[in-house]
Design a protein around this ligand. Structure first.
Ligand code: AP5
Length: 257
């Protein structure tokens, strides 16, 4: 499979993106087994790209907290809550959004964690406090985590990936100016909307994001390791190669037959 063939998830994620007032129009069919997985890794390690591949394979929803914030940015500023407006300022600078705001958003969407299709959590948890809160949310929904995948990649490769990333303003599909080009320059293959560079992919924000990752998110590896949930995956190479490594890692955990 080439990078051009990275598919997009079939689930519309309406409840996740817009909150509890929005109903997913096409809830996933009951899978043979629902996978509940957390994706860890530095910004740009390829979590979102792998989440799309995993969503296709498992039917689970790709639940990205970053996507919630980016969607909120597109609504009229008068309609945004003050907390969400503040959250967007943190995001713009590359800083983590405060735990209280993130957790309030997650609690509103707790039903997504209990969804019969399972989930691929991308970008949450990002701090130990968030991981502890996730434990409580999962207990409320009477579900358990199956695995925590940690994508590992050196910083120079990450910076190259982030500087070339372009994202669709409509369907949020992700491209890269060298490794995953759209058929028409700056136009999304799937929905035809414009492709733009994320504000937080500017070099000064990338530096802040890397620091936030090292200080706040990397400790999650220690948090999950003793629970036997951690699957470390080398994130070098083509997306399909990384995807195959991921599936092998999950198989090693007895999650894929
Ligand atoms: P978020 O959206 O979660 O961003 P991130 O974690 O920084 O991760 P990215 O989306 O940048 O990268 P990715 O690992 O998904 O890589 P991708 O697949 O796109 O969060 C953004 C912000 O929101 C945060 O900084 C924070 O402010 C806030 N936030 C979100 N959640 C929060 C939380 N829980 N708490 C507090 N704050 C929160 O790939 C990158 C590029 O590389 C793409 O162009 C892709 O096409 C390309 N690529 C991918 N794989 C490959 C490959 N194998 N080979 C070549 N190119 C590849």
């Amino acid at each position: 499979m080439s990078l051009d063939a990275v598919p997009t998830t079939a689930n519309d994620r309406a409840t996740w993106i817009a909150g509890p007032g929005a109903k997913c129009c096409d809830p996933p069919a009951v899978p043979v087994r629902a996978y509940r997985i957390v994706l860890l890794g530095a910004p740009g390690a390829g979590k979102g790209t792998q989440a799309e591949l995993l969503a296709q394979q498992t039917g689970a929803c790709h639940l990205s907290t970053g996507d919630i914030f980016r969607a909120a940015k597109t609504i009229d500023s008068c309609l945004r809550t003050p907390a969400m407006t503040a959250a967007l300022e943190f995001m713009h600078k590359g800083e983590l959004v405060p735990d209280d705001t993130v957790l309030a958003i997650l609690r509103e969407r707790g039903v997504c964690l209990g969804c019969r299709g399972g989930f691929l959590l991308d970008g949450f948890p990002r701090t130990v406090a968030q991981a502890q809160a996730l434990d409580g949310l999962l207990m409320t929904q009477r579900v358990k985590l199956d695995a925590v995948i940690d994508y590992r990649l050196p910083i120079d490769v990450i910076v190259a990936r982030l500087s070339g990333r372009r994202t669709c303003v409509g369907c949020k599909a992700v491209y890269h100016i060298e490794t995953k080009r759209p058929k028409i320059t700056d136009r999304c293959d799937s929905c035809g909307c414009d492709l733009v560079q994320r504000e937080d992919d500017r070099p000064e924000s990338v530096r802040v994001r890397m620091n936030a990752y090292l200080h706040s998110t990397a400790p999650l590896i220690e948090f999950y390791q003793p629970r036997g949930l951690l699957v470390s995956v080398d994130a070098h190479g083509q997306p399909w190669e990384i995807f195959e490594r991921t599936m092998r890692g999950l198989k090693g955990k007895d999650l894929r037959g």
